[in-house]
Design a protein around this ligand. Sequence first.
Ligand SMILES: *Cc1c(COP(=O)(O)O)cnc(C)c1O
Length: 369
Amino acid sequence: MGSVHWLQQAKAGVQKISPYQIGTPIETVKRELGLTSVIKLASNENALGCSPAVLQAFTTSLKNTQELHRYPDGAGYSLRNALAKFWNKSSDEIILGNGSNDVIDLIARCFAGPNDEVIISEYAFPIYALVAKSVGATIIKTPAQEYGHDVVAMLQAITEKTKVIYIANPNNPTGTWLPKNILREFLSQVPKHIVVVVDEAYSEYMLHPNFPHTISWIQEFPNLIVTRTFSKAYGMASFRFGYSVSHSDIASILNRVRQPFNINGLALSLAEVALSDQGFVQQSCEYNKTGLQQLRDGLNQLKIKFIDTEANFLCMLMNKSSEVIYQELLRYGIIVRPLHMPGLEHAIRITVGKSDENQQCLEALSKII
Ligand SMILES: *Cc1c(COP(=O)(O)O)cnc(C)c1O
């Protein structure tokens, strides 16, 4: 049998996907460079870890092992009720995901297919293009404006084929964000049958009074789906938990395609504990604010340009190849994220870490540049 060219067997959209590059794991760097101490500032994880209440509940859960062979509550009854109460929403407006990326994927699978168009911005979170391609939809990418989403261009890109518009607010990797008035005006102009996804993965960090927390806008804009995650400010990336809030009619559609047991039992119970510890979230945001300022000050001193933000990461604009700087920082035991996006080849994303980690990163940068 001749060897099969499997890529040619894949769906046309899938052939177009360039695989998502994950942040380099700490163990990989230790192993490959023979280092014992490595700092990871590459995946926007919470510098403070997760809530002590979550750690406590996790430890306790290790003693309650009698029910591990049973399927978890696929409807996530208790957690959805807790989230509904938290947001003053109804639980039928909430869809749980194995990370918010899972919900972002569900939305594409429910609403877009071949012959449909999905609008995203240049420099937007790469997962949107990935999920749109995987369902065979056509991606309409509008040029960025000062590295952020140009909502006027996005409005102009709407055609009768448009099904879904994805907006990351703030955006990763650029950290740019749309203020209340601009996002509201945009939503009011989008035809009501087009789904608009506002991905608020970093919204907890956004303390600016003009930042829109749009879950409260869903009644006004029933075509809006807001996604949230516990991977960032809640510090629970490894448990994989995120969710969406939308009109219940949209939620019930997402629920048709959602795998019945997409959230594991541990994540279901620990996310509820995390939600109840808002003190930790607040503490994380305050800690981030200080760390972000430390990085801003340090980068200004080094005359390294960056895109300003309030999120827990900064996008640095270097004057040489980001891949080279990434490799040099690795030798100092510091993992950052070189961006390989067209137009951002000289950009490096760095996560706000603990103060000593930020300091070490700034020192290494000063030696490299
Ligand atoms: C990290 C991130 C997410 C969250 O992904 P999870 O699947 O919830 O871990 C979603 N959107 C953006 C823009 C992100 O940066």
